[in-house]
Write a protein that binds this ligand. Sequence first.
Ligand SMILES: [Zn+2]
Length: 300
Amino acid sequence: MERKQTGLNNGGNNCFFNSVLQLLYDCTVLNKYITSNNIEGTILNIYKDFLNNYNNGSHSINPSKITRHISSDLGRNRNTQEDSDVYLTYIFDCLISEINDDINKKKIANLTITSANIKLCDFINSLGTIKMKKHITCSVCSNVSSSDENINKLYLSIDKDKNFSQMIKSYCRDELNGENKYKCDKCNKKVDAIIDRTYESMPKYLFVTLKRYNNRNQKIADAVDIPYMFNIGDKYEYHLRGIIYHMGSTGGGHYVYYGRRNNSFTQYNDSTVSDVSEKEFEDVKKHGYIYLYAATKIYK
Ligand SMILES: [Zn+2]
């Protein structure tokens, strides 16, 4: 299906949120659920208005209503450049949590969705939640302590190899030592320990954010080897659908969203939407900030 290509006006330093809205528009299963069911919620209603305007817009639309609302929730100062990542996490969490409120209120959480053959509540949470198990092994007594960890985004540190699968591996295996020692209940003292994370279930939409800013708020502009497609286990196959790209320095700069459909690539730069070459997309892919992957194996 063709994606609607509507630009978003920039009312003054809003590119960070325009790029988030363009990325969310590519979460088609989420948007379809929101627009085809009669659901209500503060941010849901504003987001539905936005989707409606987007779908009916000709060249570009003014997203100021949703931008103002989310900015005010987050206590943003007027017309300052902000971090897309914070806004994406906030709005996505709000949408999922308001949908959950709605299905709980209607007492339909346990209804089975026939197309995916799972409970409605599990379907909603599977749109964005990464369910992991965290196992911490004490280096002194070898005791293993396990706990659940639900997250909605992978934050990956850029390592020396600049290799994606290596970065995911490092995310899953971490060491606690130095100032970050682990308090082992069995030894009853602070010890060195190893963290191992294993995936329990993965979401339809996987957001991957590269830590492109160091402790001194400097940008790490290194090229990273990011794949178009990767697998997690034999159940999840992820395809790259879009990238939020930040150009310029930490204090200012400009955010743009790049979308990918089959073999066509599009740049969403505020009110301007234009096709770009695969070569340009390839370059952006190496230097991107937030990546949207969609799983194709779990809901065919
Ligand atoms: Zn111990």
